[in-house]
Ligand binder design. Sequence first.
Ligand code: CA
Length: 718
Amino acid sequence: MHIIRLGLASVVAAALAVSLASCQKPAAPGAVDAKRLVAAAGNAEWLSYGKDYNEQRFSPLDKVKNDNVGQLGLAWFAQFDTDRGQEATPLMVDGVIYTSTAWSKVFAFDAKTGKELWRFDPQVKGPKGFDACCDVVNRGVAVWKGKVFVGALDGRLIALDAKTGKPVWTVQTTDPAKPYTITGAPRVIKDKVLIGNGGAEYGVRGYITAYDAASGQQAWRFYMTPNPDGKPDGAASDKVMAEKGAATWSDGEWKKTGGGGTPWDAIAYDPALDMVYIGVGNGSPWNHMRRSGGKGDNLFLSSILALRPDTGEYVWHYQTTPGESWDYTATQQITLADLNIGGQPRKVLMQAPKNGFFYVIDRATGQLISAKNYYPNITWATGVDMKTGRPIETPGARYEKTAVTQVPGPLGAHNWQPMAFDPKTGLVYIPTNVTPFSYGDQKDFAYKAGAWNVGVNFLSNALPTDQATLKAIMAMVKGQLIAWDPVQQKAVWTVDHPYFWNAGVLATAGGLVFQGSAEGDLAAYDAASGKKLWSYKTGNGVIAAPMTYALGGEQYVAVMVGTGGGGQISAPASMPTRSRLPGRLLVFKLGGKAQAPAFPAPPQPPFEVDSLKSDGDVQHGFALFHENCQVCHGPNASGAWLPDLKRTPMLQTADNWKGVVIDGASASRGMASFARFLSPKDAEDIRAYVISEAKAAAAAQASPDPQGGAKAAAPIGR
Ligand code: CA
């Protein structure tokens, strides 16, 4: 009882401190500033994407705790007008929740009642969905001095009035003619809004830009790869590119693609050291041989960069994957903490990038303190050499001569789904999503403007026909929540999920770790033991991270619900079969009694294969499908989340099919015309191939495979 009362008292004290703080200034909504954000570790709000600049995703709130979490019930919910992936972490500032949905829409709600205060739709054009490797998602907004900032999928950074949701200023942060996207949350540091971009799968040159929060004026830009022209950019990166970066690149297709290195997620900030830390993405194309002739480390791909927030000036870098060749981004969340290592207090940053290793780095100097594989069965490297800080690669891992099936694949051992660090248990809770992938050299790779440009032969990821091979691949597909001791560099407990693409994590001082799952349960685990203490069926898959806040003496736990993202669209057979359902924001409190209506479960449309007929070339269609369509519709047309091509009425006639594939009849929903890449004859060959898959699927349904017949998918990733 005493502990509960103490918990309540601290919640009330924290809430009081917040309301006192906001009483001292005009009661303008969204009044976040540096003072408030730096002190955020002790308050009851959620002021920035990862809660505060440390990006620990740990809340000191403890009213909801391991002995009462069973009483957690729904307080209120909101339903959105989009059924694509929901990856955002909502913010809570002064009693208002600000969140974003797929297609970069922004919503404000009263955090206590759920009343919608305003909404903003940037009207991203449907065909832009083609440029989004991993769904048309958005991971959240930033709030600062009365404004709400959102990065729109089409590269705009938009400042909204926090009170009304009306745009105050808009800047185009990218060249609209190029396949850049924004899916990440902006962060605001010293009155500057920092935003990166994505698009390395298609061929872009990554950079991060800082804009003045009040006016939208550009303050500085830092490019992650050298200028292919060999000239300076007039940017903050010029000096270090000339001194260090340019010499790590050799001749190759990067001169056409721009080399990649898109920083699409991680940004953390240490105010005492005055350093901002940026996670940098993969190479473009992925394949190092095609990108840079197999030569050089290719700075700053797959690196953690420390920069000065005032100027963008380079301070240090650590490259997790030199000569990146597997889509092993280092964009994964960067978490700052003070750890006691070997009896010494150390200011560290921690990252679990896609490559499978957990890094603990001195954040003042960039010195590697330790690195260990957080996922046990990685195959591309056996460890990290502590003298050089470089991975010890497995022979053949670079697929120079033969294709190799590797763990992890491009979806990584950990993707964008946020981890959490609990300073009380000292553990990092990592949502891992492990998938194998067959990497093969696309020897004849030639850059095609605007297309998927990775230099990897995707035909080797078509489904194997041999059942034993299929079974072996499926056995490698795994989702786990791993509680990781960053000092000892070892797992303390793990929770296995039945499916691989699960949700981000929240840790609280109530001794709880919250995580959603592909099956749709939001669960609370005991932070020390991993024992499941509570769960709630959302009716839809969950991929986003929950957050928590206190208001009026109550603690709330909120989560965006709605599956989607890279794992859902590209690895269909590794996911539960479900229709696309509208996204929701669910908000829980102790004793909550609200009911969210069940989602209607529309049955899968039946196969209508009897009348299907095409004179197209099935073999040619198979090759074209895996080159152009597999990323969104699954290997062997196995995808069922984005429309199941085997069941679509569009398959029935050559004209309707051509209408979508060539003429762009579904462009407003994100299925852009492929006329740039395919001829009408090509489209018909693909139709002939999909018809063959539809007939096979209908036949399999009529006489089910005694082994269950689950088709495997070697998934592809962000
Ligand atoms: Ca990527």
